[in-house]
Design a protein around this ligand. Structure first.
Ligand SMILES: [Fe+2]
Length: 259
């Protein structure tokens, strides 16, 4: 499996605080069947979380050496989780920000509360320059919870949605869980990723726990597209497949929920 959203790099954001912890995260990734991880540190304009791409490349090189020395076999690729900001287009066009694994996909972070004014224009400007926009964990954004039609418009405009595996485990509260299942049922999701930060709570193993639930609530083709086919297509630069809206899913979920 490929994880497209991970805070595995040490001492850059709110991920692991040491190279040793990063290495332990990598061991968990291998244990749970991942072969590739795109390291996506937070990038937030005007904050300490606005590291340069060179810092990320250096950190990846350091981690790769540590993994090689311990014979931990996993590919670490470069990326960023970019917070919405007015100036993003120029920074992307100027190659100062990283896309996912060097391709055309850009991972944009959904804010937890309100979306900033002008966010749609920023997204459209990025798309107009030939980038493909993936919105990370929209199920955790209260604004989208209150106005779900915004996500419909975003998808209609060519955007893609990435939900976190552990949103299906209830780790972010009822609102995020219900939104995650709702997006799944509507066929709005394109990708699942771990958004891992550590080895204890937000860690790679949550993907398998979530898959146990998803295999009971979604059809096999949908799960395959979200977890294997589309992550691979991001890496290879192909447009993502959509999943089929499944009205009976809510019934299936209730069935799983109560029995
Ligand atoms: Fe993240």
């Amino acid at each position: 499996m490929i994880d497209l959203h991970s805070h595995i790099l040490p001492e850059i954001d709110d991920g692991p605080e040491s190279l040793e912890k990063s290495t332990q995260m990598a061991e968990l990734y291998v244990k749970y069947g991942f072969t590739h991880v795109v390291a996506t540190p937070h990038w937030m304009s005007g904050t300490l979380w606005a590291v340069s791409k060179e810092t990320i490349f250096d950190s990846i090189t350091q981690l790769r050496h540590a993994l090689e020395s311990k014979s931990i076999n996993i590919n670490i690729l470069a990326g960023m989780e970019i917070a919405l900001d007015i100036g993003l287009v120029d920074l992307l066009v100027g190659k100062r920000l990283l896309t996912l694994a060097g391709g055309s996909y850009v991972l944009i972070e959904s804010p937890f509360q309100r979306l900033p004014l002008g966010w749609q224009q920023v997204i459209f400007q990025i798309m107009a320059k030939g980038f493909r926009v993936v919105l990370a964990h929209p199920e955790r954004c209260h604004h989208f919870y209150m106005e779900p039609d915004l996500l419909h418009s975003f998808i209609e405009a060519g955007g893609y949605l990435q939900a976190n595996y552990d949103s299906f485990l209830g780790h972010y509260g009822t609102e995020a869980t219900n939104t995650a299942f709702s997006l799944l049922e509507k066929g709005y999701l394109h990708l699942l990723a771990t958004d891992s930060h550590d080895t204890e709570y937000r860690h790679p193993g949550n993907a398998l726990k979530a898959l146990e639930i998803l295999n009971k609530t979604a059809d096999a083709e949908t799960v395959e597209i979200l977890t294997r086919i589309n992550p691979q297509r991001v890496i290879t630069g192909l447009p993502l497949k959509t999943t089929t809206p499944a009205i009976p899913l809510s019934k299936k979920r209730k069935k799983w929920w109560f029995f």
